[in-house]
Design a protein around this ligand. Structure first.
Ligand SMILES: [Zn+2]
Length: 232
């Protein structure tokens, strides 16, 4: 807890994190509100697009469900299922088309056993407990002056950062696959539509960049803190 009163933490981690996530959110909001209200040329809803791509692009066996209330659109690798939010599922927009294609890009990665995905999934269990565990270890290590404990915490947080960095190529690849699926199935018909789909997916990727950059800054801060305390 005392870390959050450290002005260095506020200036070098919290402030940049706030700026980065705000910029990413602005891009997301503007791209999503624009392309969420522009009809795609095929006049297909997200569900229609998903069914069309599954049928024509060799993606049989992928499930399709409604996303739970508080969850966004996502692909669940455990059940090989794409879950869509209500707007994306029901509206025939360029946004719906792009989001569905991206999620099916993840399904395709999974079906092809993409090595990046496997590495990322391998880290997933560790990552779920790491932020809290690493924070606890670092604080305990600093208070009781046991450098090994604090460094173990830094190491655990390093796993989180690694996971978030691995997420970036996975997300970019899913978007690339999604655009390819749309092209191959003939769903993208105009340049405007292609540009719109690309804008939506780029904006979504920015949020992952912002999160990874923030985690990296936090890791650097932890390293600085623990290294500094060892010198005393
Ligand atoms: Zn994704």
């Amino acid at each position: 807890m005392f870390l959050y009163f450290d002005p260095r933490y506020i200036f070098f981690v919290m402030l940049p994190a706030l700026i980065l996530s705000t910029i990413a959110q602005l891009f997301v909001r503007s791209a999503f509100s624009k392309w969420g209200n522009i009809r795609n040329s095929s006049n297909l809803t997200g569900v229609d697009v998903a069914e069309h791509l599954m049928r024509t692009q060799g993606l049989g066996g992928v499930g399709l469900e409604a996303a739970p209330e508080n969850a966004g659109d996502h692909y669940d690798p455990r059940t090989h299922t794409v879950r869509l939010t209500r707007d994306v599922a029901a509206k025939p927009s360029v946004l719906s088309m792009a989001v569905v294609a991206h999620e099916l890009g993840h399904a395709q990665q999974h079906a092809e056993h993409s090595p990046l995905i496997q590495m990322r999934n391998f880290l997933l269990p560790a990552v779920q407990f790491s932020p809290l565990l690493s924070y606890g270890l670092i604080v305990a290590g600093l208070i009781f002056q046991i450098p090994g404990l604090a460094w173990a915490g830094v190491l655990f947080f390093g796993l989180v950062v690694l996971f978030m960095i691995l997420t970036l190529p996975v997300e970019i690849d899913a978007s690339r696959r999604g655009l390819r699926l749309l092209d191959a199935s003939g769903l993208i018909r105009t340049d405007e539509e292609r540009q719109g789909a690309r804008q939506v997916l780029t904006a979504a990727a920015l949020t992952y960049f912002a999160a990874a950059a923030t985690a990296l800054l936090q890791l650097l801060y932890y390293i600085m803190l623990v290294a500094g305390s060892n010198r005393d």
